[in-house]
Design a binder for this molecule. Structure first.
Ligand code: 5GP
Ligand code: MG
Length: 175
C-alpha cells in the first residue's frame, strides 16, 4: 500500500486496535470511577483514537482538544509548536492527555510543562502507542496501548505529510 512516495504494510489490524482501546478504557474506567476527568486529546493524530476511547468511558467526562506539533514528514523537528494550547479550563481538574504515539517524548514533556502552569489537580498520560526504543523519558506514560518498534507508521489518525489518516489499520513503512 502506498502513501505518497512510500510503501507501507499492515502492522496493527482494526480488530487489534479495537481490543487495545477496549483494554485502555477498562483501566481508565476503574481508576476514574466516580471522578469527572477532563480528557485532552492532542490534535491532529489522536482524533480517531480519542473518539473511539471516549465512547468506551463510563464516567462523566468532558473533552477539550489541544494541538501541539513537532513532526514534519517522517521526522521530528525537535521543536514543539503550540497551535491550540491548554487554557485556564484545566485549573483544578483531573486531566487525561490522550496521544496517538509517544516517540522521543519531547512533545509530551513540553505539553506537561505547559499544562503544569495552569495548576490542574492531577495529570495522567494515555498513549495508544509507545516507541520505547526512541523514548528519552522525563515522564511516565500511565496508560500505554501497545509498545512498538522504531519504524515510521501511518493510519488510524496518524499521517505521512498530511495523508493516510483515514486508514482503518495502522501501517508500518516497508524497509
Ligand atoms: P515525540 O515528540 O514523542 O518524538 O513525537 C510525538 C509526536 O510525533 C506524535 O504525537 C506524533 O504526532 C508524531 N509521531 C511520532 N512517531 C510517529 C510515527 O511513526 N508516525 C507518525 N505519523 N507520527 C509520529
Ligand atoms: Mg501527535
Amino acid at each position: 500500500m502506498k502513501v505518497k512516495d512510500k510503501e507501507f504494510e499492515v502492522y496493527i489490524t482494526e480488530a487489534e486496535l479495537a481490543e487495545v482501546v477496549e483494554q485502555l478504557a477498562a483501566r481508565i474506567n476503574v481508576d476514574y470511577a466516580g471522578k469527572h476527568p477532563l480528557i485532552c486529546p492532542v490534535l491532529t493524530g489522536s482524533f480517531i483514537f480519542s473518539a473511539d476511547l471516549v465512547r468506551k468511558l463510563a464516567m462523566k467526562c468532558e473533552v477539550e482538544f489541544v494541538k501541539y506539533t513537532s513532526y514534519e514528514g517522517m521526522h521530528s523537528t525537535g521543536k514543539v509548536q503550540a497551535q491550540l494550547p491548554f487554557t485556564t479550563k484545566v485549573k483544578g481538574r483531573d486531566i487525561i492527555i490522550v496521544e496517538d504515539i509517544v516517540d522521543s517524548g519531547i512533545s509530551m514533556n513540553y505539553m506537561l510543562h505547559e499544562l503544569a502552569k495552569f495548576e490542574p489537580a492531577s495529570v495522567k498520560v494515555c498513549s495508544l502507542l509507545l516507541k520505547p526504543g526512541c523514548f528519552k523519558g522525563g515522564f511516565k506514560v500511565d496508560y500505554v496501548g501497545k509498545e512498538i518498534g522504531n519504524d515510521f507508521i501511518v493510519g488510524y489518525g496518524l499521517d505521512y505529510d498530511g495523508e493516510g489518516r483515514m486508514l482503518k489499520e495502522i501501517y508500518r513503512i516497508k524497509s
